[in-house]
Design a binder for this molecule. Structure first.
Ligand code: GTP
Ligand code: MG
Length: 207
């Protein structure tokens, strides 16, 4: 018979970074363009198959709006894993993620496995093949450079690239320093989503 362990996992992060969308992609392989904000928290489960065992994730998807912050300890208490999400197009969301990591490191289970996840990378990848992607032409780029000279200065990588506010290297360096797993994902395209949950699973001790 196969071994199957329950793993309690909590998602934390600023409002609208895509926590519920990451979970929806992992659990149902779906995406909703206009997902409604979570109220309180949502509970979902999903199995994760490794070579030698199967885990059953019990997922608490918390609400990012500030008025719900005080509820968070109920959801991360006893959690074996946490996914702290930020939005690669919003620098302040990484700062919020760092405050969640500090709170977890102070208050949660000392053995908790924490993953830092930069979501919405589809918005900063102009070459990402996508049926509903919008073509970028050189004229639009020129207009943009005039509109926001500071942000586009020195950029040669196209219009979509200018949306990135968090360099991968910066977040990755922070994650390494803080002892976190690190991923960039897109709930929209599915990029990186399964990896988050699989790599966490590998870090969960067997009994
Ligand atoms: P709260 O529940 O309020 O904390 O928000 P949340 O973090 O759960 O965000 P949610 O999943 O509701 O997503 C917010 C918005 O971002 C929705 O309109 C999503 O469709 C969109 N979104 C989420 N993930 C992605 C992504 O990877 N790419 C793009 N382009 N949009 C995304
Ligand atoms: Mg949500």
């Amino acid at each position: 018979a196969e071994r199957s362990v329950q793993v309690k996992l909590v998602l934390l992060g600023e409002a609208a970074v895509g926590k519920s969308s990451v979970v929806l992609r992992f659990v149902s392989d779906e995406f909703q363009a206009n997902k409604e904000p979570t109220i309180g928290a949502a509970f979902l489960t999903q199995k994760c198959r490794l070579e030698d065992r199967v885990l059953r994730y019990e997922i608490w998807d918390t609400a990012g709006q500030e008025r719900f912050h005080s509820l968070a300890p109920m959801y991360y208490r006893n959690a074996q894993a946490a996914v702290v999400v930020y939005d690669v197009t919003k620098a302040t969301s990484l700062e919020k993620a760092k405050t969640w990591v500090k709170e977890l490191q102070r208050q949660a289970n000392p053995n908790i496995v924490i993953a830092l996840v930069g979501n919405k990378v589809d918005l900063v990848q102009p070459s990402q093949p996508s049926s509903d992607s919008v073509a970028v032409d050189a004229e639009d780029e020129a207009d943009d450079a005039t509109a926001t000279p500071g942000e586009n200065a020195g950029s040669t990588s196209g219009e979509a690239e200018s949306l990135r506010q968090v360099p991968r290297e910066e977040a990755e360096a922070y994650a390494q320093e803080a002892g976190l797993l690190f991923f960039e994902t897109s709930a929209k395209t599915g990029e990186g989503i399964v990896e988050v949950f699989t790599e966490i699973a590998k870090k969960i001790p067997i009994d």
